[in-house]
Design a binder for this molecule. Structure first.
Ligand SMILES: CC(C)(COP(=O)(O)OP(=O)(O)OC[C@H]1O[C@@H](n2cnc3c(N)ncnc32)[C@H](O)[C@@H]1OP(=O)(O)O)[C@@H](O)C(=O)NCCC(=O)NCCS
Length: 200
């Protein structure tokens, strides 16, 4: 069949429906979650979108604060026990398979772009060699801040106590410990500054 034939256009509405339906569903999921977050005293801006597979391991609660136009991609995990605080700024995008654990506080600023399979965890198991298995040792939390317009490449691990300045870029598969200055491009394990971003 020629691509110009009228018959070839019969599929157009189906193609449109197939691409539009998942977007509609992500908004429906977002709308339901927004209502749930607000019902328990948390805060959530407008137009939240959530793809399939979201896990909210400790439930929504008043320590959760999402801005406008937040996008939680497929298979996002949020692990924020009561008493913890999680802030995700407006237009922040968690692309796919991102794991965020906020035992104390995780702040993700406006317009942050979190690449697929990143891990952002503000608490680590104790490592004392005292006969208690590490999985049973108390967690040691230390707040994480990822400022506005930060881009984390895929698979970045941001560990307890990390502070990433506004506009910084972190290379794929890096491990962020401590502070990364604003507008730096940093990479590696541990992530080290390679250079600063420049104007076009
Ligand atoms: C960090 C990044 C943006 C840097 O790009 P760039 O500015 O073009 O930098 P360069 O390729 O010139 O590399 C600069 C230095 O950083 C190193 N580097 C770059 N990316 C790195 C990474 N992920 N891990 C370790 N080192 C890295 C380079 O080896 C080079 O080191 P050198 O100066 O010692 O030779 C890019 O490498 C990257 O990781 N992008 C993420 C892509 C991604 O994950 N996309 C999907 C998620 S949205």
């Amino acid at each position: 069949m020629s691509p110009d034939s009228p018959l070839s256009r019969i599929g157009d509405p189906l193609v449109r429906a197939a691409t539009t339906a998942p977007k509609v569903m992500s908004r429906v999921r977002g709308g339901l979650a927004r209502a749930a977050i607000r019902a328990v005293g948390g805060s959530c801006g407008r137009r939240l979108r959530i793809e399939k597979g979201l896990r909210v391991r400790q439930g929504w609660h008043s320590g959760i604060d999402l801005g406008d136009d937040v996008y939680l991609g497929r298979d996002t995990t949020i692990d924020c026990p009561r008493g913890g605080r999680l802030v995700i700024g407006s237009r922040a995008t968690l692309t796919q398979g991102v794991f965020v654990s906020a035992v104390a506080e995780v702040f993700i600023g406006d317009d942050a772009l979190i690449g697929e399979y990143c891990s952002v965890r503000d608490a680590a198991h104790g490592t004392a060699l005292d006969g208690i298995p590490m999985r049973a040792q108390p967690m040691e939390p230390d707040r994480i801040s990822i400022a506005a317009d930060v881009w984390l490449g895929r698979g970045v691990a941001v560990v307890a106590g990390a502070q990433i300045g506004a506009g910084a870029v972190i290379g794929a598969n890096s491990v962020v410990l401590g502070d990364i200055p604003s507008n730096a491009i940093a990479a590696g394990a541990p992530a080290r500054v390679k250079r600063l971003r420049e104007g076009r």
